[in-house]
Write a protein that binds this ligand. Structure first.
Ligand code: FCB
Length: 472
């Protein structure tokens, strides 16, 4: 081991025997087969087929064709030695219009996936919502409509009854921050709405959906599953003028808007104040907070990079993007006075800064805020400009990225953080939302012409880490 304590490159790090190493994907990003076996359209089908929304006009129509290559992909996971696989279930495969009759063929697909994982000794971590809302529900208002939360609970109950004897961990939502603020605020994600009030309504209805779904799952699941939600909590640093105020505002919108109701049982009063000109939050009805505030066994943490903010000086500054594709609106309702600064490099292909110290800081801050809450990293990884050379992909930068972030996680554990596992984003190169297929996050390369899978050097490296439980 080196004595360097700043660069996160040390070796000889060991992970405990019960630490769960796995990898993650999401339905719309990998499955394809969008018209098959009764699947209905989702908001991402509509959005990606709308000209100008996704780079190159890419869509998830075929993606990694995972729907047809399930067994091959399961074998790949086994070959890597994954201990867990985090996948998401496409709601429009289960209920094509988001309510009403169950589409048995859709349920069967996920039944085969879960059985295939278990047969290979891989723990299934199932996310109920990774952004593919049935289009019919969006037509009725989507997440701005309270009824969507009740429809989600019904869907959770259907899936829970079908798979609730076999799934190891249930995750209600993936990154509700993105669903609410990118979907209804900035418009960079489906459904592409740009309305501050819609974004805040969506925040609450997603929180409510989480609470209602947990109640349903706990009612119908028969095994001893863990329950969780995955948040992309922001690590926010100060960049000068008015930084404490700028951090407070963004922390309220990005982090405490979710951890407040879910883990503490209340919306932060400063969030309500900051957004008072947009809404009086009357959509929060009596009893909602009690429903949302339920114990979870594990909090899922997705981490990629950090943000730096200060108050905007209108005379000199322009409001810079915050790492997400620019679209018409702002993802920060009520925070027009906050400026996001360029981050110091190095950067990944997304333009996101590489900052393993941010992961350590985030985990420690969660331990301080929620001392008894076990945590799991449900996504971490990086896009790089991968090339196939002689049948290999030498993605040294990704290996380095993962190495540093594993060390960061390990350091947090050494300081008392109860971290249960690490799901690398992503198993496969895939449809990266508004960036289409231009960003490769996989540890496995996908040739989109032939659908051939090639293990990148990072996959081989990860496989060794899992096998030895060490970074050497
Ligand atoms: C997260 C998403 C995931 C993937 C990564 C890069 O925000 O949850 O689907 O796109 O970013």
């Amino acid at each position: 081991m080196t004595s360097d304590t700043t660069d996160y490159r040390e070796t000889g790090i060991e992970f405990p025997a019960n630490f769960v190493f796995g990898s993650a994907t999401a339905s719309y990003q990998i499955e394809g087969a969008v018209h098959e076996d009764g699947r209905g359209p989702s908001i991402w089908d509509t959005f990606s087929h709308t000209p100008g929304r996704v780079v190159n006009g890419d869509t998830g129509d075929v993606a990694d064709d995972h729907y047809h290559r399930l067994d091959e992909d399961l074998d790949l996971m086994k070959r890597l030695g994954l201990q867990a696989y985090r996948f998401s279930i496409a709601w429009p495969r289960i209920q094509p219009t988001g309510s009403g009759p169950v589409n048995q063929a859709g349920l069967d697909f996920y039944g085969r996936l879960v059985d295939g994982l278990l047969a290979r000794g891989i723990a299934p971590i199932a996310t109920l919502y990774h952004w593919d809302l049935p289009q019919a529900l969006e037509d009725a208002g989507g997440w701005t409509n309270r009824d969507t939360a009740y429809r989600f609970a019904e869907y959770a109950s259907i899936v829970g009854r079908a798979l609730g004897d076999r799934v190891a961990t249930w995750t209600t939502l993936n990154e509700p921050w993105c669903s609410a603020y990118l979907g209804y605020g900035s418009g960079a994600h489906a459904p592409g709405v740009t309305s501050p009030v819609a974004a805040l309504r969506a925040v609450h209805h997603l929180n409510l959906a989480h609470g209602l779904a947990l109640t349903e799952l706990r009612r119908v699941v028969t095994n001893d599953a863990d329950y969780s939600v995955t948040l992309n909590l922001h690590v926010i640093r100060g960049g000068g003028r008015g930084e404490d105020e700028a951090i407070r505002q963004i922390d309220a919108l990005a982090n405490r808007a979710f951890t407040g109701p879910m883990l503490l049982g209340a919306y932060p009063p400063d969030l309500l104040d900051d957004t008072a000109a947009i809404t009086d939050w009357a959509f929060v009805q009596p009893g909602d907070l009690e429903l949302i505030h339920q114990p979870i066994d594990v909090l899922g943490v997705n981490y990629y990079s950090t943000a730096t903010v200060r108050l905007w000086d209108r005379s000199t500054a322009r409001q810079t993007a915050d790492g997400h594709k620019a679209a018409g609106g702002s993802p920060w309702p009520g925070a027009d006075n906050v400026e996001f600064l360029e981050q110091p490099g190095p950067y990944t292909e997304m333009g996101w800064n590489i900052a393993p110290d941010g992961l350590e800081e985030l985990l420690l801050s969660l331990k301080d805020q929620f001392p008894n809450q076990p945590l799991m990293i449900t996504e971490n990884g990086a896009a790089f400009d991968d090339r196939v050379e002689d049948g290999r992909v030498h993605d040294a930068k990704r290996v380095d990225y993962l190495h540093r972030h594993f060390v960061a996680a390990h350091r947090a554990m050494a300081q008392g953080v109860d971290l249960r596992g690490y799901q690398v984003w992503s198993l496969l190169d895939n449809f990266e939302w508004a960036y289409g297929y231009t960003k490769r996050f996989g540890i496995v390369y996908v040739d989109y012409e032939t659908q051939e899978r090639i293990l990148k050097d990072s996959a081989l490296w990860y496989s060794e880490v899992i096998g030895s439980r060490r970074i050497s």
